[in-house]
Design a binder for this molecule. Structure first.
Ligand code: HGY
Ligand code: MN
Ligand code: MN
Length: 416
């Protein structure tokens, strides 16, 4: 990095304005966002992002999973681009920064390079991955998973939401099914800026998380089948209440994770009760177990224990049980060279930082399979995320984007 550029920084006010502008699209009911993937709100957010990329002189391509790639040319057209980005889709009760900071932080570094008239040898491509959240169409990180060769595109297109609509139909309906072959793009490196979504950085007063690893994940969808019957006239000994199975397996999931502290987590966040009527005993319950750990043996051990013990709970309650794995990735070790670029950037800028393991999954976890990859994290208030009250400070956003700027430019190579 030439001395003249060692102090270059982004325009923090412009980044914050862009975050607030994007937050107006798909508003939640409590100050956050509900911009779920492939909804009209997602489509509107994509159009805004595309307009900003056009204004920054970028050339935007879209692949067959709807992922958006906005390219800033480098001086060497044969050099593989440095990709930078995250996701614009949100949880149904999501925050304004989860994913969005990484996409608009990537756009901000391009805007800054334009302002400073800085050329890089490698092109830079700002990326918006489709369906990172996996809440409407499981699994999470769906488009980046197809890009990395983990999922087939036809399988991804067939994924259904709770109303039975398919990913492929919804992508076409909002008009964002591109023509690029998914995964055809080759990368020199990929960087993702993301809020921590946990309490560590704020608690330790650190500005930057240098992400060395990512937790692995299992999503196990469990279907319990009992018998719908009248809550008033059915004698207790005759009941086959699927809700009791949910209650006991919820406690089992908690116990399994608690036994593996501190490097394990487990919960059930999604539950569908049928027929979900006040005076009908639940005949069927469908729910998803979310297990995570940075240690592969611990992660797989938790899955194995649930698969061994949940059937016994079901049998004792007279319930049928099916368990289906609907999401999975092993723990991730990010590229040492890219991680060093992030750490060096934080050092150069004089920011407090610490190495950290990502508790959440990210598109970077899949892209790490096909390109050297690393992540930059900034704190979030009380570590809260996947909640409309998710909050960060403009200063945290600015410092995170500055580290992203330096790491990306160092990797893309400045051409004076
Ligand atoms: O589930 C996750 O970790 C991510 O937020 N989709
Ligand atoms: Mn995210
Ligand atoms: Mn998320």
């Amino acid at each position: 990095m030439p001395d003249s550029r060692k102090n270059m920084v982004i325009d923090g006010a412009r980044l914050w304005d862009s975050l607030m502008e994007m937050a107006k699209i798909g508003p939640g009911v409590a100050g956050g966002n509900n911009r779920q993937t492939l909804t009209d709100a997602d489509g509107e957010g994509r159009h805004l992002f595309r307009a900003w990329c056009d204004a920054a002189g970028l050339t935007t391509g879209v692949d067959q999973m709807g992922t958006m790639f906005a390219r800033r040319e480098g001086t060497d057209p044969d050099a593989l681009p440095v990709y930078v980005g995250s996701h614009l889709d949100t949880q149904p009760t999501g925050g304004k920064y989860d994913g969005v900071l990484g996409v608009l932080g990537g756009l901000e570094i391009v805007r800054t390079l334009n302002d400073l008239d800085i050329k890089t040898r490698h092109p830079i491509v700002v990326t918006n991955w489709t369906n990172e959240e996996g809440t409407r169409f499981a699994p999470a990180m769906l488009a980046s998973g197809v890009f990395a060769g983990v999922h087939g595109q036809d399988w991804a297109y067939a994924r259904q939401d709770a109303e039975g609509r398919t990913f492929g139909d919804e992508l076409a309906r909002i008009g964002w099914r591109g023509d690029e072959e998914v995964g055809a793009r080759k990368m020199h490196a990929f960087f993702e800026l993301h809020i921590e979504q946990g309490p560590i950085l704020e608690a330790e007063g650190k500005d930057i998380g240098v992400v060395t690893h990512g937790q692995g994940l299992w999503w196990l969808q469990v279907t319990l089948t009992g018998k719908e019957s009248h809550t008033g006239s059915t004698p207790m000994p005759m009941r086959r209440n699927a809700g009791r199975g949910l209650a006991q397996i919820t406690e089992l999931v908690h116990a399994i994770a608690m036994e593996k502290q501190p490097s394990a987590v487990g919960a059930i966040g999604h539950v569908d009760v049928y027929p979900n009527s006040r005076n009908v005993i639940p005949g069927k319950v469908v729910f998803t177990v979310d297990f995570r750990s940075p240690d592969l043996a611990t992660l797989d051990g938790m899955k194995a224990r649930l698969e061994a013990e949940a059937p016994a709970i079901a049998e004792a309650l007279g319930l049928g049980i099916e368990i289906e794995a609907v999401g999975h990735f092993d723990p991730v070790t990010f590229d040492k060279g890219c991680v060093a670029a992030v750490r060096d950037a934080a050092e150069r800028l004089g920011y407090s930082h610490r190495d950290i393991v990502s508790g959440a999954g990210h598109d970077a976890c899949w892209i790490n399979r096909v390109a050297p990859t690393a992540m930059v994290m900034c704190p979030c208030v009380d570590g809260l995320s996947h909640n409309e009250a998710e909050e960060i400070s403009p200063e945290w956003a600015e410092k995170g984007a500055n580290v992203l700027l330096h790491a990306v430019v160092e990797t893309a190579g400045i051409v004076e």
